[in-house]
Write a protein that binds this ligand. Structure first.
Ligand code: FAD
Length: 395
């Protein structure tokens, strides 16, 4: 069966990156006529976006990452004018606090300088200042912490995704519920997208915004792409002894890599495993509590004495859309086909970068170049050359 109308652009994946791309395309000065999102699961059961911790920060070591997150911050200041008077993404602007020991202080200061040069409001506090500002914090072995005084915190991921999707749909974007199973192509262009319902959808361009499964989708087009699912756990904990000050804490990242933040009257927390301890990327319904008992809780209890008495009340698992080369996004044109674009590999920071990434793809598709943030270094070239561009602040 063949679909009757040709799409100008097919976006594979209806998570926040796909929705942001559709939003940017449909709101362009000269929008394409037919923008189609193909999403295999309308319930988003395994998608990363609803399982995200919602964090938005500018505390990165790579200028492009800072700029991408600042683009989302800007959108949050314009929610009502863009999406309507009742638009709300539940932005809790409580900051990020990144802690460093003596060996990490120099890097922390260098990153803070870079962030400030790009307009971020990052302050560096030495241990005595940290103790004064955050009385719940034990600063043993801490020399300094960088704090996003404004413009950082967390949002409701699904709320922002829904605003972008609804707005794109109002501007004519169509959503097809099916899985992409293959492509038809000439030697240098994708011509059709093949769907699990038997439809072959002719198209002018294709965007792979398929989250953790982007590597699988790219392989269907013959493109090796180092993006795969990596399972991460988020634990929800109750703390009897938490003070109001602790409930107003920033998202705090310990030197051990363990992080926590308030969530309502509870807290959420987690840690990224070492490469050797990566859990198998299967069965999101299974949560392993061993990392909590052995790594997360001990680190939390020594950094925040009130956390010695904690009760785990809930937990969930989700997939990072992990770029195994360098944990940075891959945004740009694919080398195999002139009309194939990539927006994936965000490795745990795609929620806050989706808006900027979607806008960048729209610029490339419609104008042939980046016109706002220069993301040339995030292109596929570095993958082809095996030349990683490491982000040092991966949480
Ligand atoms: C535990 C956890 C915490 C996180 N915390 C943060 C955070 O604090 N801040 C932050 O910025 N980011 C965070 N992230 C990362 C963020 O959630 C992701 O980077 C982001 O959601 C990626 O969005 P996406 O649209 O690319 O992927 P997804 O939301 O996964 O959407 C991709 C979609 O593609 C669809 N798809 C896949 N293959 C096909 C196919 N063949 N055909 C059709 N559809 C297909 C899937 O069904 C899916 O719905 C976190 C992630 C996790 C798991």
């Amino acid at each position: 069966m063949t679909h009757d109308a040709t799409a100008d652009i097919v976006i594979i994946g209806g998570g926040i990156v796909g929705c942001a791309t559709a939003y940017a395309l449909t709101h362009a000065l000269h929008p394409p006529r037919r923008v189609v999102i193909v999403e295999r699961d309308p319930s988003y059961r395994q998608a990363s976006t609803p399982r995200s911790a919602g964090g938005l920060r500018q505390q990165f070591s790579t200028p492009e990452n800072i700029a991408l997150s600042r683009a989302t911050l800007h959108v949050l200041t314009e929610l009502q004018s863009r999406f309507g008077l009742d638009a709300d993404a539940s932005f809790r602007e409580q900051g990020y606090l990144v802690l460093a020991g003596a060996d990490g202080e120099q890097l922390l200061r260098r990153n803070a300088d870079l962030q400030r040069q790009q307009g971020a409001n990052t302050a560096v506090l030495v241990a005595a200042m940290l103790r004064e500002r955050f009385p719940w914090l034990d600063t043993t072995a801490i020399s300094a912490g960088s704090l996003g005084v404004t413009g950082e915190g967390w949002i409701d991921p699904v709320a922002l995704m829904t605003l972008l999707r609804t707005s794109a749909v109002r501007r004519g974007c169509e959503i097809v519920h099916a899985a992409v199973t293959g492509f038809g192509a000439t030697s240098d262009r994708i011509t059709t997208v093949e769907l699990s319902n038997g439809v072959r959808l002719p198209t002018g361009a294709v965007v792979i915004a398929s989250g953790a499964w982007s590597g699988d989708v790219a392989r269907l087009a013959g493109l090796p792409l180092p993006v795969e699912p990596r399972k991460r756990y988020v634990y929800v904990v109750d703390c009897r002894e938490a003070t109001d000050a602790l409930h107003n804490a920033p998202l705090t990242v310990d030197v051990s890599g363990v992080w926590f933040r308030p969530e309502g009257r509870q807290f959420i927390c987690g840690v990224s495993p070492s490469e050797a301890n990566e859990p198998p990327a299967c069965d999101l319904e299974h949560v392993d509590y061993q990392p909590f008992d052995e790594v997360v809780w001990p680190a939390l209890a020594s950094r925040v004495p009130a956390f010695e008495a904690l009760k785990v009340t809930n937990a969930w698992a989700g997939y990072y859309d992990y770029n195994t080369l360098d944990q940075n996004a891959i945004i740009g044109r694919a080398p195999t086909h002139a009309n194939l674009y990539l927006a994936c590999g965000f490795s745990g920071h795609g929620l806050q970068q989706a808006y900027g990434a979607g806008r960048a793809i729209a610029e490339l598709v419609l104008e042939g170049r980046f016109t706002t943030i220069d993301l040339a270094r995030f292109g596929y070239d570095r993958v082809a050359a095996n030349r990683p561009l490491f982000e040092l602040n991966v949480i």
